[in-house]
Design a protein around this ligand. Structure first.
Ligand SMILES: Cc1cc2nc3c(=O)[nH]c(=O)nc-3n(C[C@H](O)[C@H](O)[C@H](O)COP(=O)(O)O)c2cc1C
Length: 408
């Protein structure tokens, strides 16, 4: 997939066409009105679900609602949906539900008893609690980014998985790793335009036997329309869902940070302490990744490229890094850019890059620092600093409104 998703100066020049935002596919999936719905707020035991994915900013831009979520997303396109099978949770009918983020409701797609999705997860007994499924809706990102969207889908998914895991842990629950078999997306009623891409359990298997669902659930299109981007859809369908449980830092003020998190659109070089940059360098890095920290502007820290907490190559790389990241001007104000490379260019390494970047976002928000994921870069030029593939970059710098946001 790497070759067909590369960005080069020629591709950028050839692709300068105007994007008509009126043609943006719908960002939220809607199940029919006749489906049984329950407000998530009515179930305090499911607060972890509400904090996993929620709207945190809403405004009107050119007469259309513009919504931003607790998780970042390339182009703010949000190509993810959430489903949960619930069994034996007090007050809720056991069933398979869609989580409607727009209305903060659980929408029942099917009631369950002796049947369920467990057999698609290698379980032959009923799983009491919740089985969470995250799906990808490739056209939401493909609409803007074409095949390059393949990368952004999995990076976005990594951000969402990290937030989900942090939320579950914040509420004192633990996750069960699942082992997914083929056919889960089909039995969930999905077509070529949506695929289950990650699955986790919260609860425990019982001793009662379970049968597979006798027929697929109702099919509902995840967007109001879809254009054929065959290669993108088939690559995503061919991938088995991700099930690894990442390590995420536990922060007491998780809910506050989860609510205020934003991507920086500008930086103030002077409002950041070097100690915060050093702390960010200490965050645990998943095994699949190699991370380089390029210190661009600091008070007393040496400018240069840091590996494993030490400056490896001295120098001022500001203009090279800004150019690498497609000359996005606001990056010129960043104090540090984190370059996330991997030996293997595949879905799992992109998910893990997204998970790691989400940890950077959380740590930055905690320190009152600005941060933005950067998925747009010239791939060939990134090989100057590593023989691995660059998957993702994160720009970090001081906030302008530092005094109001710093948490003492
Ligand atoms: C995978 C990914 C790639 C991104 N790439 C860029 C980028 O190249 N340039 C940029 O300015 N922002 C980028 N962003 C930040 C998004 O634009 C931002 O998340 C989105 O506009 C929503 O805003 P919010 O994060 O404040 O909710 C990226 C975010 C993600 C998750």
């Amino acid at each position: 997939m790497r070759e067909s998703t590369l960005l080069t100066p020629k591709k950028i020049a050839d692709n300068q066409s105007f994007l008509d935002w009126d043609t943006q596919p719908e960002m939220f999936k809607h199940y029919p009105q006749f489906c049984y719905r329950v407000p998530i707020a009515d179930f305090p035991s499911l607060l972890w679900l509400k904090e996993t994915r929620k709207i945190t900013d809403e405004r009107t831009v050119v007469n259309k609602p513009y919504r931003r979520l607790n998780v970042p997303s390339a182009g703010n396109l949000h190509p993810i949906e959430m489903y949960v099978q619930i069994r034996n949770v007090t007050g809720l009918l056991s069933g398979i539900y869609h989580f409607d983020v727009l209305h903060e409701e659980l929408v029942m797609i099917a009631e369950i008893a002796g049947e369920g999705i467990e057999p698609y997860l290698g379980l032959n007994t009923r799983f009491n609690g919740a089985i969470v499924m995250l799906s990808l809706v490739p056209f939401r990102s493909g609409w803007k980014y074409g095949l390059r969207a393949w990368r952004y889908l999995y990076l976005d998914l990594g951000h969402q998985i990290a937030t989900f895991v942090a939320s579950v842990r914040h509420f004192g629950l633990s996750l069960t790793k699942m082992s997914v078999h083929n056919g889960l997306s089909q039995i969930m009623g999905m077509g070529y335009d949506e695929t289950i891409a990650a699955v986790y359990g919260i609860g425990e298997p019982s001793t009662r036997p379970v049968k597979p669902l006798s027929k697929p659930l109702m099919h509902v299109q995840p967007t109001d329309y879809t254009l054929p981007i065959e290669q993108l859809y088939s690559e995503i369908q061919a991938q088995l869902p991700y099930t690894d449980v990442p390590l995420t830092a536990k922060r007491e003020n998780f809910i506050a940070l989860n609510t205020i998190r934003r991507s920086a659109r500008e930086f103030n070089t002077d409002t950041i302490d070097d100690s915060a940059l050093r702390e960010l360098m200490q965050l645990p890095v998943p095994f699949s990744l190699e991370v380089l920290f390029v210190v661009l502007q600091a008070h007393s820290m040496q400018q240069g490229i840091y590996r494993n907490g030490k400056c490896d190559v001295d120098g001022n790389f500001l203009s090279e890094i800004v150019h690498l990241l497609l000359d996005q001007r606001f990056i010129a104000g960043a104090n540090m850019v984190v370059l996330i490379y991997a030996e293997h260019f595949n879905a799992a390494s992109h998910i893990e890059a997204g998970v790691y970047a989400q940890e950077l976002y959380a740590a930055c928000e905690y320190h009152g620092i600005g941060c933005s994921g950067i998925g747009a870069f010239y791939d060939h030029e990134a090989s100057r600093w590593s023989d691995k593939s660059l998957l993702y970059a994160v720009a970090i710098g001081g906030k302008n409104d530092y005094r109001c946001t710093k948490r003492d």
